[in-house]
Design a binder for this molecule. Structure first.
Ligand code: GLY
Ligand code: MN
Length: 426
């Protein structure tokens, strides 16, 4: 594992070095987030720092300076014996320094220590995470008073501009971790699906899925959405209060985060065997659009091009359903599908569920081999429309861009054909 982090740090140093002036990168641990007074949310490490070090240390700073004698430095406060009594020991900085080939600097004043390390740097890549040394340095830089600026670099750039260039292409170990997250998501979904029946509440299913994640040392990568009938038309529905009803569709959007890597899938499932015919037609239309969009994923293609493929299929389907009328090209030009498909086709996936890399509306972001993106078209009817009852259908998979096309990493997560789904649910 250590070699992985050394390799990533080397890549970051090379990127910093490629500029004609001296550049440095400063990354801090996320500060623990307060829930109320002295109670905290579960700790989540900063994704950029984790990517380069693999550490879960809660008060560590990594400084990369290719122009200095000590190119890789970790700054941390000396161990606090009282904190150790309450929260346990932090991971050893000495071992981390050895593993990643860094110099260790223990300091009670990390802000001054980092300022000192940045002397002679022209440009610093700094994060804007509140409560970090980087955020304080950015504030000092913005104030521009001679005192605050003393020793600071001449210019400051958001750290993500650099880290996203490293993180957007996944290496083999990352793809393996996403596959593992997909396996656990799959097992949890399949197990939970046997409890799908009219009368149970959305929350019961969501809690069961997330219980299974936690039982296997994972976390939900985001709040699981379980939405049935009309509640599925709310994209990020979180009430989870409705009961499953016969004949309706159930939308589950979930994924675990295992060893810091996320999975994110959506499946839409009939609650009972006698699904209303117009709902089946909406389902087939979304499935068709998703399959066409996945076929479009390849190196050199933009996410907006993939979106366009799905939009065309959905527009065609909406016309078949009698929801839209007119010429397909005209309907597409007008964006007539947008009230029924109001979100993007997908997003990058990795350490963050909405990861760095080409986003849904990023016409500049071109897909490259090694990127992982979700493909998640949907159709939503917030009120009955013609024969279609209020409903939401979304089908989402995680897709790895390969040399010639793509591989669906979540192909085994849960079936998508209605006949196969019925075999599991009934
Ligand atoms: N799965 C939730 C989202 O992509 O927003
Ligand atoms: Mn998603």
């Amino acid at each position: 594992m250590n070699e992985i982090y050394r390799k990533r740090i080397k890549k970051a140093l090379l990127l910093l070095k490629s500029a004609p002036t001296s550049q440095a990168l400063v990354l801090s641990s996320n500060p623990p987030a307060t829930r109320s007074r002295d109670t905290h949310f579960p700790y989540r490490q900063n994704s950029d720092l984790y990517y380069l070090t693999g550490t879960s240390h809660q008060s560590l700073i990594l400084v990369l300076r290719p122009h200095a004698a000590e190119q890789v430095v970790i700054v941390a406060p000396p161990e606090d014996p009282l904190k150790k009594v309450w929260d346990g020991a932090q991971p050893s900085t000495k071992s981390l320094a050895r593993e990643i080939g860094a110099t260790q600097l223990l300091s009670k004043d990390p802000l001054s220590a980092v300022r000192q390390l940045l002397r002679g740097t022209d440009t610093a890549y700094l994060q804007s995470v509140p409560g970090t040394v980087s955020a304080q340095l950015r504030k000092d830089f913005a104030e521009r008073s001679p005192h605050a600026l003393r020793g600071l670099p001449g210019s400051v750039i958001e750290a993500e501009r650099l880290t996203s260039r490293l993180r957007c292409i996944k290496d083999a170990s990352e793809i393996e971790l996403i596959r593992k997250a997909a396996d656990l998501t799959s097992a949890s979904l399949l197990h939970s699906a046997q409890f799908i029946k009219p009368g149970i509440r959305e929350r019961e299913l969501a809690v069961l899925i997330e219980y299974l994640y936690r039982l296997h040392n994972a976390e939900p990568a985001f709040n699981t959405i379980v939405a049935t009938g009309s509640s599925a038309a709310t994209l990020h529905y979180h009430e989870l209060s409705r009961k499953l009803r016969k004949g309706e569709l159930l939308l589950i959007d979930t994924g675990c985060e295992l060893d810091m890597y996320a999975c994110d899938v959506s499946r839409t499932i009939p609650v009972s065997s006698e699904t209303q015919a117009p709902l089946e037609a909406v389902y087939e239309c979304v499935l068709h659009a998703q399959e066409a969009a996945i076929r479009a994923v390849a190196p050199g293609v933009r996410m907006t091009d993939v979106h366009a493929v799905a939009a065309r299929e959905l527009t065609y389907g909406l016309k078949q359903l009698g929801v839209l009328r007119g010429n397909i090209s005209e309907l597409l030009k007008k964006g007539a599908y947008k009230p029924f498909f109001p979100h993007g086709i997908g997003h990058s996936l990795g350490i963050d569920v909405h990861d760095v890399g080409p986003g849904p509306s990023d016409s500049l972001g071109i897909l490259e081999k090694g990127m992982v993106v979700t493909i998640e078209p949907g159709l939503y009817f917030s009120k009955p429309t013609g024969k279609i009852p209020a409903c939401g259908v979304r089908i989402e998979d995680d897709v790895l861009v390969t040399a010639r096309g793509c591989e669906v990493l979540t192909a085994e997560v849960f079936p998508k054909r209605l006949e196969e789904i019925r075999n599991i649910v009934e």
